[in-house]
Design a protein around this ligand. Sequence first.
Ligand code: ZN
Length: 417
Amino acid sequence: MNALLNPKRTVAELKELRELTSNGNGAQRIAFTPIWTKARTWLRRKLEELPAEIHTDEAGNLWATLRGESEKALLMGGHIDSVPNGGWLDGSLDTLAGVEILRRINAQYNDKPPVTVRLVDWADEEGARFGKSLFGSSACSGHLDLEEARRLKDRDGITLPAALEANGIDFEKVMDCRKELANAAAYLELHIEQSPVLLDLDRPLATVIGTFGVERHAITFHGQAAHAGSTPMNKRKDAFLAAAKMSPEIYRITDRHGGVCTIGSCTTKPGFPTSVIEECRITLDQRHLDGEALSKMLLEAKAAGDRFAKEGNVAVSWDRIWQIEPIPFHPDLIALCDEAISECGAVPHRMPSGPLHDTSEVARAGIPSVMMFVQSLHGISHNKLEDTKEEHLERAITAFDKLADKALRWIERSVAR
Ligand SMILES: [Zn+2]
């Protein structure tokens, strides 16, 4: 480990932040609320101890920059915001590990690293208040849908533009923050794994190779309402029967292609005990790292839906709710991440991420990117039970620092070319 790095300090700071912004139900750092502002102010004070240039961009992302010999920049990112009743590590581990690495780099290079090094605390990664995640990073990548965002409201009917205004952010200018990525040469993010893969493998760290593409659809089966007592079984147009057959089918689809599929909601009409179901609407969320496999999964689900509809003498229609392509991370940075993990005495494991992260947006903007995951105890996140062994946290910060060092040299080499 680099003697200038102090992972224990980061763990202590994570606890300090938890103390400051949690209650008995967990972290309460919901973006654009007073507790989030409090967390931000606390973070800013830590950053002000460095000779870093600090500013908030047009979308409310907080940047700390150590100017280097080259303008080409190594970026590290995280998000200090949390979901309501969230965990103490999701987002804040990334951010505070970044702070510690800025300290190490600053000390090592006496205020002048070979390339510029920047830490960003993305605004509203979680989307907990307005239901739209990755706000700050999608504005920065240029993928934020402004018209959709303009209409978002929280539970109290406050619009996103109004909430931003209360935080000193002009909604009409948020896309101007795209300029922040102008000299970005690489982007790194450390995150707690939000599933039990590493726990089951008994490994502390993983290299994340990309984030899943997503196809999300509403599927509606249309049959005919009929009396539950008088309609013979062979005369029914039972919309639920057709929809229900989709449930085992999605497991067969993932058996063939990998990836994950979820039927997350099911609503029926008329929806009372004495009527055959006339209309059944289910949602299907399909995810895969490979775009081709994802399209096959969708095609097979559609074919199965048609088949079940035909068998049941009902009709079926599909509406796309949302879609994003798979976002692979950069092969060179993936290799460097493996190396960093090995050098910390751990066996690297490569895995995709099911959830999207700010890294997905940065990678989508064409910046070479990679993430590192640290094991999650209980494999649980977005919950006050979220936790990671302290020795794993320290190992993660050490490995992430090694990755930052390797990425810095990787950028240096590309500048020299
Ligand atoms: Zn997160």
